[in-house]
Design a protein around this ligand. Sequence first.
Ligand SMILES: Cc1ncc(C[n+]2csc(CCOP(=O)(O)OP(=O)(O)O)c2C)c(N)n1
Length: 203
Amino acid sequence: MITKEDLIAFEQEIAGIFATGVIRAPVHLRAGREDQLISIFKEEEIGGDDYVFGFWDSHELALLKGVPRQEVKDMILRGHSIALCFPKYKVLCSGIVGSLMGTAAGVAWSLRNRNKKGRVFLFCGDMSAETGIFHEAVKYVHNFDLPAKFIVCDNGVSVMTDTRAVWGNPDPWFAGTKYEKHIIYFKYTNGYPHSGLGKLIKF
Ligand SMILES: Cc1ncc(C[n+]2csc(CCOP(=O)(O)OP(=O)(O)O)c2C)c(N)n1
């Protein structure tokens, strides 16, 4: 079982390697949400049959889903941090905002209609959760009661822009709606900059 210390140490190791300039691609590090992610994986009993969808900040998700540490590290060193994909472990990520919500709903629809085991868990940020495609995917999953949950990790910002100021509301759009049944929401403060280390790394 992956611990909080494992997740922190992994990100610290990647930060150290990134600082040397050997990873010639973007890396997004996260700190401060380890407890929440661990308890979501535990409480939801996310296992081998389940699909995990994530975005540019998915190192922790891959580790928690069971991808071996060395495999995650190798993939990052090869420049794929921003879009980690491990089909064998049902971990699929993309660096494009809003790109996977429809896919996640479609996979949930397919699992249901082919009587397959497994559920879908899509992890995204607070600004991603304000996109139209997120709303559509949640609506579809809700209306057909598909086996999918959307986990919104709210760090308050979209890169460096205040998400709530942009949308003119202190709460996410789904707060207090029927759609919350399919959404897990938590707040955290990221211990790293949005991308990289906040300083110029020369390759
Ligand atoms: C289509 C598209 N537009 C812009 C970007 C650049 N971009 C990457 S992450 C991000 C902010 C997303 O904010 P949020 O969903 O809150 O994610 P988090 O802060 O948790 O990383 C943006 C604008 C992108 N990756 N894809």
